[in-house]
Design a protein around this ligand. Structure first.
Ligand SMILES: C[S@@+](CC[C@H](N)C(=O)[O-])C[C@H]1O[C@@H](n2cnc3c(N)ncnc32)[C@H](O)[C@@H]1O
Length: 84
């Protein structure tokens, strides 16, 4: 298990090099610092990177403004699931 994680620098507001989709994304306490249009765009991009049924974890002071618009449903205060 220890050999599986890969750590890399990623600018959320630039192009992303990841090709695949993810079962879970933790993006906590970062998006809150961006303006509203940037937040909206990022939630959509993160949702696109989730596989069906995958989970997005955000910070306790963050909220996806229009989860359904990006195919997410809120399942707990800081957890969203991508629709199947
Ligand atoms: C308050 S810290 C939160 C760190 C961590 N996610 C946590 O919850 O403890 C905000 C982080 O956002 C990062 N950050 C700011 N702008 C970013 C961007 N455009 N892309 C990726 N990370 C960014 C900063 O480097 C900083 O590490």
């Amino acid at each position: 298990m220890r050999s599986l994680p890969v750590f890399k620098v990623l600018n959320l507001n630039a192009d992303w090099p990841m090709r695949g989709q993810f079962a879970v994304i933790f993006c906590r306490n970062v998006v809150i610092y961006f303006d509203e249009p940037t937040r909206e765009r990022l939630w959509g991009r993160l949702a696109d990177k989730l596989e069906s049924g995958g989970f997005l974890y955000v910070g306790h002071s963050e909220k996806v403004a229009n989860p359904r618009q990006c195919g997410l449903e809120q399942v707990a205060p800081t957890i969203y699931r991508k629709a199947r």
